[in-house]
Design a protein around this ligand. Structure first.
Ligand code: MN
Length: 291
């Protein structure tokens, strides 16, 4: 097993608002270190670092918008998000839960702070990933995987040093509940100070970590909360050691080596497909959803 080294530790880029409910740092595709393909099959990472929202009667969020050609994966660390879509689906993503939404052929949805959370206000911390789909699956029917925290399999570290929640893929024989179109590994390591973990993914897998809380060393490179660590594709194995109690999101996946044409909420292979998606939305083919 050869060692995989750190390529970059990326500080959180200046945040921007998505609607009035999501203050996010875009680690990719918007940074110079990570463009549209460097983390493929992950196309986008918006990170809502922890902030306090004041109580508000009318929930903050983002109104009706389409998606097509990929999947959105929303991970809630603090706060709750409610969603509604044009097929009549709705649900709440609670603290510690993951919503894996396959937009595929296309849908309209809206995402808001959950009503009761909004009324009370409080800490809010989220990740939204866009996971690309290969050409052959871009037109798949929309679907949801509501992965509650209780559904996640856990690898328990010895000596009460914490655990690894497996969302997708498998860690040390513990398999995650998410079904994916291409090979993807996605875990939350919730570990105590001095815990050490080893990870090993095929060298071709694009691999990165987001430090959600605490402070870690990746091999021997320091990474603080809210930083993204991009690993090289020069080997398989790397280690994480916690210098504080920490939460780390680990991402790895087999790259989709196909052309990417992205425009707003669409991720396709060609411009013709983008134009088609825009036409389809305007023609009402993604359904209807009230604001
Ligand atoms: Mn959305």
């Amino acid at each position: 097993m050869s060692k995989r080294s750190v390529e970059a530790v990326i500080a959180p880029p200046p945040p921007h608002m998505v609607g009035d409910g999501f203050r996010v740092h875009n680690f990719f595709p918007g940074t110079k270190q990570i463009g549209k393909t460097r983390m493929s099959p992950f196309f986008m990472l918006d990170y809502g670092s922890k902030i306090e929202f004041s109580p508000k009667e009318e929930p903050r969020g983002v109104g009706v918008h389409p998606h097509a050609g990929f999947e959105t994966v929303t991970i809630a660390y603090h706060g709750k998000v409610a969603h509604h879509d044009s097929a009549g689906n709705s649900g709440v993503i609670g603290e510690g839960d993951v919503q894996w939404m396959t937009a595929g052929a296309g849908l309209l949805h809206k995402e808001y702070h959950e009503k009761e959370f909004s009324k009370k206000g409080g800490a809010f911390q989220m990740v939204q990933l866009w996971v690309n789909l290969p050409a052959k699956d871009k037109k798949t029917n929309p679907k949801y995987q509501e992965i509650t925290n209780a559904m996640m399999s856990r690898y328990i570290l010895p000596d009460e040093k914490g655990f690894v929640e497996v969302i997708a893929g498998g860690y040390k024989g513990v398999k995650g509940p998410a079904s994916t179109f291409t090979p993807i590994e996605m875990y939350n390591a919730r570990i105590k100070k001095d815990a050490m973990l080893t990870f090993s993914f095929p060298g071709t897998y694009n691999t990165g970590l987001l430090v959600i809380e605490g402070n870690i060393k990746v091999n021997n490179i320091n990474a603080h909360a809210d930083h993204f660590v991009l690993l090289k594709n020069d080997g398989e194995e790397f280690t994480i050691s916690a210098t504080e109690d920490s939460i780390v999101l680990i991402l790895a996946g087999d790259p989709i080596n196909e052309p990417i044409v992205a425009y707003g909420p669409f991720v396709m292979n060609t411009w013709e497909e983008i134009e088609q998606a825009v036409e389809d939305v305007n023609a009402g083919k993604f359904g209807v959803l009230e604001e």
